[in-house]
Design a protein around this ligand. Sequence first.
Ligand SMILES: Cc1ncc(COP(=O)(O)O)c(C=O)c1O
Length: 389
Amino acid sequence: MAMQTQSDRLKALPPYLFAEIDRKKKAAIAAGRPVIHLGIGDPDTPTPDFIIRAAQAAVADPATHQYALDRGDARFRQAIAAWHRKRFGYTLDPETEILPAQGSKETLSHLPLALMNPGDVGLVPDPGYPVYASSIQFAGGTVVRFPITAARGYLPDLRAFRTSDLKKAKLIYLNYPNNPTAAVAPRAFYEEVVAWAREHQVLVAQDMAYSEVYFGEPPVSILEVAGAKDVALEFYSCTKTFNMTGWRVGWVAGNAGAIASLVAIKSNMDNGVFTAMQRTGAAALEGYDRPEIKALREMYRRRRDCLVSALTAVGLEVNRPEATFYVWITCPAGVDSRTFADRLLTEADIVATPGIGYGPHGEGYIRMALTVPEAKLEEAAARIKRLKL
Ligand SMILES: Cc1ncc(COP(=O)(O)O)c(C=O)c1O
């Protein structure tokens, strides 16, 4: 019998929908073609200098070199609490309602292990960030997808869940500002969610990875709603706010019981976030009002305006995102998202992400990321114009 190198839980993951596009992308790059990367949402400009300097000082201090404590560095937790107070106006207890983490993906994916028993239901948005579903599966839970569609501003209809699913549901993932649709959620929606979660005793995991990438009104936090801490956790990250994708620093805020369970899971999985990185996170949050951070938002705003007007001019139907650095584009009539993304790559050397990769309701759309300079966005639109769509 052959040695087992893959568990059933890994085998049960859905096929990787981007594999074919990935292969073609690599082939195009290897052939020296002028590929424009609008696929992955990874900022192209460096982390601001003041953050790099804070990290250098923190790494040089031997006090940061040992294992981090379970609940994380006190100064980071206090900086997080102060930032939430200033940004949203509410108070968090740094001892019990805040947990430093390695970005947001790590805790989003550990959460089902902390909360769910095998057979419990986890509700995930469709389209949505694929990590929600895979981590429910890893925990032995049952994934129930709910549609978010343009007709409802990409907000779910909370009355549409089946009673049988609600009875078993322990967890719902939400994500606003939303990847991939770029939708934002108003306060009234969160009020509805908190009342619904209380009625059905479902924990709300609201993914705020894009909380600070906005162009209009700053996005609302679910924790602003009275009583939200009884039913909700919110997942934050330095990743997109401060151009720190590789650094792996973020935090969770909200329900103290769920945070205690996450601490217990994490203490069996890792030994905390490098203390120097937590100090760096604190320095980043303390510098939140600096012009460099505002300049990042302005850069994405210019890119958004550039790509949206260029794509509209070539006849594509495009949303105009109020937040995130994604543009959600309707495929030309009769063309599915994989075919459209494939044509963009093979005929125009443009990498974009087919909406089907985020769930069946992502079909009919592709996503482009604003993570290249304006000149390249214009070039991409010019190449699309030359295609006969
Ligand atoms: C919706 C969403 N949530 C979470 C993440 C994870 O980001 P990080 O772990 O770097 O905070 C991403 C990254 O692209 C994302 O798009």
